[in-house]
Design a protein around this ligand. Sequence first.
Ligand code: MRU
Length: 340
Amino acid sequence: MQTLQTTSLRVEGNQFWILDQQALPQQKNWLPADSVEALVGHIHALRVRGAPLIGLSASLLLALLAERGESREALAAALETLRAARPTAVNLMNNLDRMRSALAQPDHATALVTEALRLVEEDRALCERIAHAGAALVTPGSRLLTHCNTGGLATAGRGTALGVIAHAFEAGKVANVWVDETRPLLQGGRLTAWELGEWGVPYQLITDSMAASLMAQGEVDAVWVGADRIAANGDVANKIGTYSLAVLAHYHGIPFYVAAPQTTLDPACPNGAAIPIEQRAATEITGVAGSFGAVQWAPENARVYNPAFDVTPAALIGGWVLDSGVVTPAQVRDGAFATA
Ligand code: MRU
């Protein structure tokens, strides 16, 4: 396959690597992701993560396996295994549905490679369009708050919500970004802080529990988050803690925006209650592990509840910023996502 490089994916010939997002920012380790087993392991461990990136990595691996001469049956089985790697982000399912159509073509290997590369290029373009549409909503001098990581690490481009923030910063509109550390796996503290630093965007890292008092002090002008799935009624599944921010923003009269590409829409899903929410290992709550080692602070056998995502009701969202532009609450109530 042609050489391809994004912030966190690399293809050279028939080799495929991912940038280990669990080791960032202290270590930049590129790990092979050449088999279904290896990639599913990386996805489970969040070494590859972020809704768009999961779908793109699975599509690229399928294309590579096809180029290596895997049979149509083996590719179909690989596709279904990859499709089940994580349940909440619908980009994975949407991308692999397109790969399944390519697999049905007479020259399936060529079709799969073409489609995977097209998905990557499309995602880059989607990010740019989201960034332009979203930046128009940012007022000069803004202090923005964001959650999780929605940047170049999570997409093939420069990101969704973080792409908006970067673009608005380039337009001179961003005074500061409040970065939620995003418990339990610290995508904000490790990844968003790193990306904003690389881009030269001023930020301050906070724990998730600090957002309320910042809002009460008038220090937050808008909240920008990404999405893992947008239901037909506009409800949004995103990283756990997003819903709390939306409630807080509503209480304080602060605009709350969701930025996502059209691959995040699920018109077949009627509402947030129908979105499957991934439950994760207790060890993510009882302690912490990373490039620095592992520690546990909770008692042995502590009982744990660890959903990876929560659902923000459409009523709390001030605008859905897609690649097609800004979708308003009134448009969502009129069925904009039901007919997507
Ligand atoms: O568990 P993660 O790190 O994959 O969760 C990621 C998020 O919730 C992001 O906010 C979402 O995928 C949007 S990424 C552009």
